[in-house]
Design a protein around this ligand. Structure first.
Ligand SMILES: Cc1cc2nc3c(=O)[nH]c(=O)nc-3n(C[C@H](O)[C@H](O)[C@H](O)COP(=O)(O)OP(=O)(O)OC[C@H]3O[C@@H](n4cnc5c(N)ncnc54)[C@H](O)[C@@H]3O)c2cc1C
Length: 270
């Protein structure tokens, strides 16, 4: 029921403690426990809540009622291979987009106007089934309550190899150092990377953490960086960009630490 995960190794940003994590194999799990996917978009602090992940029973792909039904623990790469094999289109954005379908759905992950919600039909969640039209969502946000068990997508035939190559190329500028992907969401009409660079923080390093010199909006772990170093850089960029441009950079990376006050305030409670 529980497994030990070392988040300093397991998370993409290589930060976090060693934790006993609950593994959900049926639909029962402890209350007030935070669900994780593959940890490609999270920064886990020392004061994290209890944590859980979906087990192997939620790693599957099947076609039912002309819908592509995908368990929330299914890795994006597996879905891409399935779609290629079965000649299904609109999932060509998935290469090099690390994560499970549950995490991608929660984040509405994507690239430019291509988002995982585009061809979503419905979600099976702990609170029942929701049609896409009833789920508020937008650029890197969704608003639904509770855990996702399964995502159901429309099926359109014609896997597009050309699109696949284009999506792969679009990621050529992403740094290879450990990160959680983009640190901040792009403010409307602007880019977080440009703003970070404009306040002189591209390549700026605190301890083992830095805003990448390749792409300023990637907070990278260069040498055993810590949660506090990561957070101090996030706070610094938010403050500097706000002081210079009056724009508050909203986190894309999710900070999992109970002292953190939330999206619009970078401060930690005592
Ligand atoms: C190198 C790199 C490149 C990246 N490039 C992109 C990119 O181009 N576009 C993009 O959008 N993202 C990108 N990301 C971020 C990341 O890939 C996505 O956000 C992905 O969706 C995270 O999936 P995950 O399984 O790792 O989720 P996690 O990071 O584990 O969790 C993310 C959120 O989803 C929630 N969650 C996870 N599973 C469930 C579930 N079953 N039910 C309800 N909530 C759940 C968690 O509580 C958390 O809030 C990148 C990350 C890296 C490291």
């Amino acid at each position: 029921m529980y497994k030990t995960i070392n988040f300093a190794k397991h998370s993409s940003i290589k930060i976090g403690p060693l934790v006993e994590v609950f593994v959900i194999e049926d639909k029962s799990y402890p209350k007030d426990t935070y669900i994780l996917g593959q940890c490609n978009n999270v920064l886990i602090g020392p004061s994290h809540p209890p944590l859980m992940v979906l087990g192997k029973n939620y790693d599957y792909i099947k076609i039912e009622n002309n819908l592509l039904c995908v368990g929330a623990a299914t890795p994006g790469g597996k879905l891409l291979s399935f779609c290629k094999k079965h000649d299904i289109r609109h999932f060509e954005l998935l290469p090099k987009l690390p994560g499970n379908i549950g995490g991608m759905i929660k984040m509405n992950a994507g690239l430019k106007e291509y988002e995982i919600f585009n061809y979503l039909h419905s979600l099976e969640t702990e609170n029942g089934i929701f049609l896409k039209k009833d789920i508020p969502h937008g650029y890197r946000w969704t608003d639904f309550k509770g855990l996702v068990f399964e995502a159901r997508f429309e099926i359109h035939n014609g896997f597009n190899q050309e699109h696949l190559e284009i999506f792969k190329k679009m990621r050529d500028n992403q740094p290879l150092d450990p990160s959680a992907g983009s640190c901040f969401k792009n403010p409307e009409g602007d880019s977080a990377g440009r703003l970070i660079e404009a306040v002189g923080l591209k390549g700026y390093q605190v301890g083992g953490m830095a805003f990448s010199s390749k792409h300023a909006n990637f907070l990278v772990n260069l040498a055993e960086g810590s949660f506090d170093e990561a957070l101090s850089l996030i706070q610094l960029a938010q403050q500097k960009v706000f002081d210079k441009f009056g724009v508050w950079l909203e986190n894309e990376v999710i900070i999992v630490d109970e002292r953190y006050k939330g999206e619009n305030s970078p401060l930690l409670k005592n």
